[in-house]
Design a protein around this ligand. Structure first.
Ligand SMILES: C[S@@+](CC[C@H](N)C(=O)[O-])C[C@H]1O[C@@H](n2cnc3c(N)ncnc32)[C@H](O)[C@@H]1O
Ligand code: SF4
Length: 279
């Protein structure tokens, strides 16, 4: 295991052991990353640990103004400014110490915030982060969501194009569109679950799940990683694990985080699209 991404359905910074875990990973010579709302990286110690242990930190801002932020995230009115302050302080440390930590402002596009993408990108540039990432929210085949979202594509595409124009040698913007359909709705583009074993999904509940997109689903538990992580060796790669992968009905899956890899494996290895025997 070389890279540890601390993320998930909640926020990793709410786990009291996160900061020790980050230091442990660094002290064992491995890399970490955090995907977070950034609210709790609010002390010097936490900021110091975050920037000195992480290869990258993604902060989900998802809005460009305090009003919109508090409405869509259901927070108090001052939280937005607190997040900006946390990001600024981390950017400052990265610069002063010339660290290799890349900080990204992340923007999950949803019909409720699709008008503020460009403003958020400008804000990200002004904060001095390395990257701005915008990508659409998924909803289909997700328990509790399920409805197809209707995105105002023209407005979104115009803003994503304008974001590209804001790039500088030290500020890159990613309006991730190539992974999605033109309307940002569900389309897998592959037929079998071949990419799930590329990463292990260890939940804060002690369970290991089949993949990141089925975290929290009792039907997709592979086994436990807690209290004995060695247990993983018993079920990872076992016949039961392989059987679970074979049983996946892709059309019933939500948008697949590793779908792009599943597509590549199917095309390159199974359909031999790259003429494997003729390098
Ligand atoms: C589930 S969040 C949790 C981590 C953290 N609390 C945060 O705010 O980033 C992890 C990542 O999933 C993304 N995400 C959340 N809901 C999503 C959805 N419906 N479709 C696609 N991505 C989603 C977020 O934007 C974030 O980048
Ligand atoms: S979402 Fe479905 S296809 Fe994608 S990795 Fe998970 S189980 Fe496999």
């Amino acid at each position: 295991m070389k890279g540890f991404c601390f993320a998930g359905g909640g926020d990793p910074t709410l786990h009291p052991a996160l900061w020790d875990a980050l230091e442990l990973v660094r002290d064992r010579g491995r890399q970490s990353a955090i995907l977070t709302n950034g609210i709790e990286i609010n002390t010097d110690r936490r900021r110091e640990i975050a920037v000195s242990t992480c290869r990258w930190i993604g902060v989900s801002l998802d809005a460009a103004t305090p009003d919109r932020y508090s409405r869509i995230k259901r927070t108090g009115p001052r939280v937005f400014q607190q997040v900006l302050e946390n990001v600024r302080a981390m950017v400052d440390q990265v610069r002063r110490r010339d660290l290799r930590c890349e900080i990204a402002i992340k923007y999950l596009i949803h019909p409720s915030n699709s008008d503020q993408i460009l403003a958020a990108c400008e804000l990200a540039r002004d904060l001095g982060v390395a990257h701005f990432h915008a990508r659409p929210a998924a909803s289909e085949n997700i328990e509790g969501l399920g409805e197809r979202l209707d995105f105002p594509m023209e407005e979104i595409n115009q803003q994503l194009d304008a974001c590209l124009a804001l790039q500088t040698p030290t500020f890159k913007t990613f309006g991730v569109r190539h992974k999605f359909t033109r309307t940002f709705n569900l389309e897998h583009g592959f037929s079998r679950c071949l990419a799930a074993p590329l990463a292990i999904q260890c939940g804060a509940d002690g369970r290991v799940y089949l993949c990141i997109d089925w975290r929290g689903s009792p039907r997709h538990v592979l086994g436990m990683h807690w209290p004995e992580p060695e247990q993983i060796l018993e079920f990872w790669g076992s016949p039961a694990h392989i059987e679970k992968l074979r049983a996946v009905q892709v059309e019933k899956c939500p948008r697949c985080t590793y779908g792009i890899y599943a597509r590549q494996i199917e095309n390159a290895l199974e359909r031999d699209a790259m003429c494997l025997n003729f390098p």
